[in-house]
Design a protein around this ligand. Structure first.
Ligand code: OAD
Length: 251
């Protein structure tokens, strides 16, 4: 593994427009469970019953009680881990330009990354279904279910439910960045949900080197990833970033 990290760092040190695609796995070491695999949220609850827009519109109280309330408790406590801070350092070094994240937890921004594309929205804000006003999730009164806006309308998180489209701006920018990057770091995603999962394919087709960090193989590992680093982001990223620093200092 050490020589693979060294080799990967050498390639990253030469990159000037690297992009990262991140998923739930990068936040596992911050205490947020992933969706799939061991301990995954979708093992406990059926996403089509509780995370689909139709389910929310039919019965917002149940979706708030089963899914959203717990998410709020978990995300309130979560803080960035070395996976997030490692990416912020790569941006600072002029290597990474942007992160495309499927996560709604805001931890990349908290770690200091400036350009974060929130592909599936963010949990920091709620939107009123009636008047469309936004309210900070931290200020939402959980005493009544479903929580309501001052106007009486029901609040929904500013995240994408299954059955909803990715916002046009985020999708277009992500596709453009994926096509133009020289390296793509794919970290902590099962690469099973479209269209996010197609970003590494776009990057590869346009000549980028694909680095994947994940303790488990994914559909990308065998044919799309050039450099699969098998392990947790919180332990691999600090080693990778330290090695990139050494390569930059040796120049
Ligand atoms: P998943 O839960 O599908 O996948 C998490 C990935 O992280 C798996 O491949 C794990 O092996 C890996 N993993 C676990 N621990 C890790 C660690 N410490 N370091 C690095 N990787 C680790 O999460 P996503 O791919 O993000 O969408 O899921 C994509 C979308 O599916 C989510 O945005 C969400 C979900 O349904 C919506 O809710 C619309």
């Amino acid at each position: 593994m050490s020589s693979l990290i060294e080799h990967t760092a050498k390639i990253l040190a030469k990159a000037t427009r690297a992009v990262a695609l991140t998923g739930a796995g990068i936040s596992v070491e911050s205490g947020i469970p992933p969706f799939r695999g061991k301990g995954g949220l979708w093992e406990k609850i059926d996403p089509m019953r509780y995370a689909h827009i139709d389910a929310f519109m039919d019965d917002p109280e149940t979706v708030w009680n089963v899914l959203i309330k717990d998410m709020k408790h978990v995300l309130d406590r979560a803080r960035p881990n070395p996976g997030h801070t490692g990416l912020a350092e790569l941006e600072e070094m002029g290597i990474l330009t942007s992160i495309i994240t499927q996560n709604v937890d805001g931890l990349h921004q908290m770690a200091g990354t400036r350009d974060v594309i929130e592909f599936h929205g963010n949990f920091a804000w709620q939107r009123c279904l009636a008047c469309n006003q936004s309210i900070e999730t931290a200020k939402v009164d959980l005493g009544q279910m479903p929580p309501r806006c001052g106007c009486g309308g029901i609040l929904r998180p500013n995240c994408i439910f299954f059955g909803e489209l990715i916002p046009h701006r985020e999708l277009t920018r992500s596709q453009q960045l994926s096509a133009a990057c020289d390296v793509m770091l794919v970290i902590g995603t099962s690469a099973t949900v479209q269209p996010a999962a197609s970003m590494p394919v776009i990057a590869k087709q346009n000549g980028a080197v694909i680095i994947e960090i994940n303790p488990e193989p994914t559909p990308l590992t065998a044919h799309i990833s050039d450099l699969p680093l098998m392990g947790g982001a919180g332990s691999i990223m600090p080693r990778l970033v330290a090695s990139v620093r050494r390569h930059l200092a040796d120049r």
